[in-house]
Design a protein around this ligand. Structure first.
Ligand code: SDX
Length: 385
């Protein structure tokens, strides 16, 4: 075994097949079950894309109506979940609220399966569980933001589709169509991205025949990290540090001297730009115009131009989505929970795919610890200080 045999971070390692999505860095493209994500974001609702990712096909009118009905039936913030969230300190990170909420839902939805072999569920049960989680998460994310603002939760609106209802739950008012459209596009772009760290975490947990909720809880833990989902929140912290476009150059001088990672830039797979960025940037541009915030666009463009020129490292999806969510009015702390609400679709699609063709995921390691030794040679140091 030599160092070159070790693929740290599994960089470049192909570990399994997936039919859910195709990330192609050579063509800088992303296909959801064969459809370019740009086309889906421009024409579909996130509900229709959820059906596509879960089942492999875009829904018929009846299938979409059925999915929408099931999602609406699960929009309410359940008392057990609200009680669990209310136990979490207001100054804990909201990703801990979301992680806890899914854990409570899992305990509720798998109750009675004391034979652990039963927890994994049938394919139909897991499709229903996926739909219920997709329906429940917006109220959980919205409540987390409202409680930190000292506000009570609002009742879901069945006359609104998923994206519009999500914004209603968060802000207690109907969002303008241009805002709903931009938010819907962001949810589609965030929904799925092959074997990213959180999705692979979900597949590892699923490979032991553990249940869907345990896999989603693990995925939430992985997504919280700033090298992964937490980056969209970190982008706003950077924007707040820089302040305005004029300060970018001096700020970058310092940041790069300190060898800081510039959040929202770079990607393990895409090395010449993230295929989703143009679509999300276009959505950000509509929000900049809608809210009349040319200063945001100026700062965004200045930092991108300067960092790409200096390091040749391109923006990822988190770079445009952070400012977009800020303009819509979400607290920065809510950004990564929004990522959870979208990515739960991809996670559960992969969980069901792993269940359908499972093998326990258990890689090898190369040992570089002490050579074999034996306890009789061990003489404890009994001296006292
Ligand atoms: C997501 O995998 C997915 O699909 C994830 C995701 C999804 O949809 O699920 O796309 C979502 O997680 C997007 C990424 C969000 N994370 C960030 O924006 C955090 C900042 N980015 C970096 O930490 C980094 O780019 C990674 C972690 C995303 C990817 O890094 P790699 O591929 O492991 O490469 P690396 O960290 O080894 O970097 C290679 C070089 C290093 O320089 P050297 O140490 O060799 O001199 O490039 C530098 C890095 O320091 N580099 C950066 C940088 N990204 C890479 N330097 C400064 N700022 C950056 N953002």
């Amino acid at each position: 075994m030599t160092d070159t045999d070790i693929k740290k971070g599994l960089a470049g390692v192909v570990v399994d097949y997936t039919a859910v999505s195709k990330v192609n860095p050579d063509t800088n493209s992303l296909l959801y079950r064969g459809y370019p994500v740009q086309e889906l974001a421009a024409t579909q609702s996130v509900e229709a894309v959820a059906h596509l990712l879960w089942t492999g096909e875009l829904p018929t009118g009846q299938q979409l109506a059925t999915l929408r009905e099931a999602e609406r039936e699960n929009r309410a913030l359940q008392p057990d979940v609200k009680a669990a969230i209310d136990l979490i300190p207001l100054d804990a990170h909201p990703m801990d609220e979301v992680r806890t909420a899914v854990s409570v839902i899992g305990a509720r939805e798998t109750r009675g399966t004391l034979n652990v072999m039963d927890a994994v569920g049938t394919p139909q049960q897991n499709l229903e569980r996926s739909t219920r989680l997709f329906g429940e998460l917006p109220a959980i994310v919205a409540y987390g933001q409202r409680r930190r603002r000292g506000l009570e939760p609002v009742e879901a609106r069945d006359d609104l589709d998923y994206a519009a209802n999500f914004l209603w739950l968060a802000f207690g008012e109907e969002a303008d169509e241009v805002v709903v459209d931009a938010f819907n596009r962001s949810m589609i772009l965030y929904a799925e991205h092959s074997f990213n760290a959180s999705t692979f975490t979900a597949r590892v947990i699923t490979s032991t025949l553990s249940d869907l909720y345990s896999a989603v809880v693990g995925a939430i833990g992985a997504l919280k990290g700033p090298l992964h989902g937490g980056a969209n929140e970190a982008v706003l912290h950077i924007f707040d540090e820089i302040g305005s476009a004029e300060n970018v150059s001096a700020w970058l001088d310092t940041a790069l001297t300190e060898k800081r990672k510039i959040m929202g830039f770079g990607h393990r797979v895409y090395k010449r730009g993230d295929s989703r960025v143009p679509t999300m940037k276009a959505a950000l541009d509509t929000l900049v115009a809608h809210y009349d915030r040319p200063d945001v666009a100026a700062l965004y463009d200045a930092l991108e131009a300067e960092f790409v020129a200096r390091k040749g490292i391109y923006p990822n999806l988190d770079y445009p989505s952070g400012p977009a969510y800020n303009l819509i009015g979400f607290d920065t702390l809510t950004f990564t929970p929004l990522f959870v609400a979208a990515r739960v679709v991809g996670w559960t699609a992969h969980i069901m795919e792993q269940q359908a063709s499972n093998a326990l995921i258990r890689p090898l390691s190369a040992y570089n610890g002490p050579d074999e030794r034996h306890i009789e040679g061990y003489v404890p140091d009994t001296s006292t200080i």
